[in-house]
Design a binder for this molecule. Structure first.
Ligand code: OSB
Ligand code: MG
Length: 367
């Protein structure tokens, strides 16, 4: 495999509905796409860095610059033969994992297409269908949230996750649980609490949640271990897990009982598989998180979710929940039983709509 060219693009896509977390609200996405051409075969990757450095340090401008000035030169000089060779080429560059993942995953995508193999098989996956949950942001009113939950349950989704923050938590859970006492329910705090609020966090136990995701600081593991000892609800770590060593540390110290794997957050498919394996060794389930991806990142999340230890419903849901029109064909669709069927076709099994991408592009640079 010979990488011949690389193209970076920024596309802009308005969300069907705004998405609000404890760190803010987004109405529209600025998405960085990577296209590699290797031996005449095209591979696509999505860098999931946000519009702002609020979820993590990375954001679209830092990712663009890092890719342009450091990662592209390293990739072109390194002449990788396969996706799994890419992390070593980037090892001198610290952090910037979402930027790295955008490139590495594009190489995996090209490799799968070139080998005429499904990407999920190349990654070592086995599942032929994926269980789906939804992540529902903070709304303007509790009534609006209840309506959304009702819609998603009717669509078949198997787990509801709601975003929480101080002032939008126990009061909301009370309403949700009294209406749906038995659904699989999680919350995600995106680091909205501190250890001083342990008494408050202990009250979440009453609602029999599947998990509480990232209650404390984004860069903390040990204090989550302290908290986990004091609450019954299983902690799931998202932001805190940057790589497989973090996962190992978190599981050895008892900081969580579940891990959310995001391929961008950990720097690409190779590291995501390592995190998956570490959790499996500890007997801990993982699930695939989302970052409001376009169809390209969404299709990659689906491929990753076919690995055996992805035992809980993920946040990878239908394209139509996010976009009026997605940039892949067909769009990602969820069956009425809340499952997504995994395609047997080579690559991701989805066609990239290059014509539409061209129309949505606001910035483009070719190397
Ligand atoms: O914490 O999982 C998160 C979206 C943006 C940033 C962080 C998170 C999320 C989500 C949305 O929860 C998941 C999705 O539907 O893509
Ligand atoms: Mg999260």
């Amino acid at each position: 495999m010979k990488v011949e060219s690389l193209t970076l693009r920024e596309i802009q896509m308005p969300l069907v509905h705004f998405f609000e977390t404890s760190f803010g609200r987004v109405y529209s996405r600025r998405i960085l796409l990577v296209n590699v051409v290797a031996d005449g075969v095209s591979g696509w990757g999505e860098c999931v860095a946000g519009e702002d450095p609020f979820y993590s340090e990375e954001w679209i401008e830092s990712a663009w610059a890092t890719i342009k000035y450091y990662l592209v030169p390293a990739l072109l000089a390194g002449k990788p033969e396969a996706g799994r060779e890419v992390p070593l080429l980037f090892s001198r560059i610290r952090g910037h994992r979402m930027a790295k993942a955008g490139l590495e995953n594009a190489v995996w995508d090209a490799e799968a297409r070139q080998k005429q193999q499904p990407l999920w098989k190349l990654l070592g996956g086995t599942r032929r269908e994926i269980a789906c949950g939804v992540s529902i942001g903070i709304q303007d009113s509790v009534e609006q949230l209840l309506q959304k939950i009702e819609t998603e349950l009717a669509a078949g989704y198997r787990r509801i996750k709601i975003k929480v923050k101080p002032g939008w938590d126990l009061n909301v859970l009370e309403k949700v649980r009294s209406r749906w006492p038995d659904i699989l329910l999680s919350v995600d705090a995106n680091s909205a609490y501190t250890l001083d609020e342990t008494e408050h966090l202990r009250r979440f136990d009453f609602f029999k949640l599947l998990m509480i995701e990232q209650p404390l600081w984004n860069d903390e593991i040990y204090l989550h271990a302290r908290l986990q000892k004091m609450i019954e609800t299983a902690i799931c770590l998202d932001e805190s897990i940057r790589h497989a060593r973090d996962a190992d540390f978190a599981l050895e110290t008892g900081a969580c009982r579940i891990i959310n794997v995001k391929v961008g957050r950990v720097g690409g498919f190779t590291e995501a598989m390592k995190v998956h394996d570490v959790a499996q060794r500890h007997g801990v389930p993982v699930w695939c998180g989302g970052m409001l991806e376009s169809g390209i990142g969404r299709a990659h999340n689906l491929a990753l979710s076919t690995l055996g230890n992805f035992r809980l419903p993920g946040d990878v849901s239908a394209s139509r929940r996010y976009w009026k029109e997605d940039i892949i064909e067909p769009e990602v669709e969820v069956r009425s039983d809340g499952m997504i069927t995994i395609s047997d076709a080579p690559g991701t099994g989805y066609w990239v709509r290059e014509d539409l991408i061209e129309k949505l592009t606001v910035r483009k640079e070719k190397f």
